[in-house]
Design a protein around this ligand. Sequence first.
Ligand code: P5A
Length: 444
Amino acid sequence: MLLSKSFIPILKNNPSEAKIKSHQLMLRVGMIKQSSAGIYSWLPLGFKVMKKIESIVRQEQDKIGAQEILMPTIQSSEIWKESGRYDDYGEEMLRIKDRQNREMLYGPTNEEQVTEIFRSSYKSYKSLPQLLYHIQWKFRDEIRPRFGIMRGREFYMKDAYSFDVTDEDAFFSYNKFFLSYLRTFKRLSLTAIPMAADTGPIGGNLSHEFIILADTGESKIFTDKRIFDLTSDGTDLEKSSLEQMRKKYEQFYSVTDEKFNKEEFEKMVTEENRLITKGIEVGHIFYFGDKYSKAMDTAVDLPGGKKDFVKMGSYGIGVSRLVGAIIEAKYDEKNEIMKWPLSIAPYDIALIPMINKNDTSALEKANNINSVLIKHNIDAIIDDTDENYSSKIKKMNLIGVPYQIIIGKKSEGDLLEFKEAGLETQNLTLDKIIEIITKQKASN
Ligand code: P5A
């Protein structure tokens, strides 16, 4: 892609309305454009990153055996009246009437909708467990939408739902998602810590928020530092391995402020291990047993002729919020360098030809390099503008392209001036550069 032809409306300075670095950067490099309070259009750069995040989230859902569906954004109020949440949800729910005067709503979440799908499809324990997920826009009329897409009114969520016969089976499902979340956030180069959390309007009595540390986060957390040293590598999908894995995390005190108990914290965590800080909630999982299945009469036949309500959980990841959360975690604001992890970068590499008015050979060379890169599935952006070296580098650093090739005096013959964003340059052959990028991509 040629920069001169791309739709990347970059601003010279940080927009004054944005208070945190992710919001500033996303507006500055034209990833998003506000449409109204808490509602955004996603422009090419932002959309590319979000789609790549979505794809990693999807792969990790598929790996635990969850099946993808797509439910609508607009729901009927009937099912919400059945569950009893139509009134409880209050002003956060955007309510609409259709031309027949039927009460509809823009879904803030899908527990009712998915329960309705399940109950009309399956009646026997033999069909369980079922894990279903979708990735769909949600609307919550947040009282204080802020920080751009971090707390939007319209936002993109992956939400999954589990259906099981017994509590024990349901905990097995819960633990699969627990593991899947650790894996997903790790692939996004984030350290997200599971913290015991409140269940709020979703309900139930078991819940974990997955939180990444950030001063600008809205969640206050109380944790034992040692939890950061844990990994889930090697955990398989067996019931007992998953139980052990969750126990390993739960042995350390780690909660959000709604669950905080000073006495317990001080008893369980020695002074040097205590960490009280802020973070961003990127995922949230819930176990609520038969809360919805009972209210919506969703039971299955058991062996021996009995019936029981199915046991359910729900599991959310803020896909659009993750774009901002990753910027909060990775953007070096002082030096204005964003380095997207290669797996989700809008472009893999920037080709930066130093263009002279009378000499287009550098641009030709960039085009030739690009043809080779395309064959190796490496997505490049070519800065074909006639700006000077430092403003070109600055722009690519802001956009967050992880690798750069500068095609100027120092790129002679087979050796190219190659650079990882923010680091020193090296002279490497194109083959070597391709090898580095391909290896890096494969490791994710
Ligand atoms: C779990 C899936 C639920 O809605 N029902 C279906 C459950 N959980 S949640 O915690 O309320 O939301 C899940 C994740 O969505 C993100 N999120 C938001 N992102 C941007 N703007 C918002 N206003 C917003 N609200 C929630 C969070 O990442 C949250 O963890």
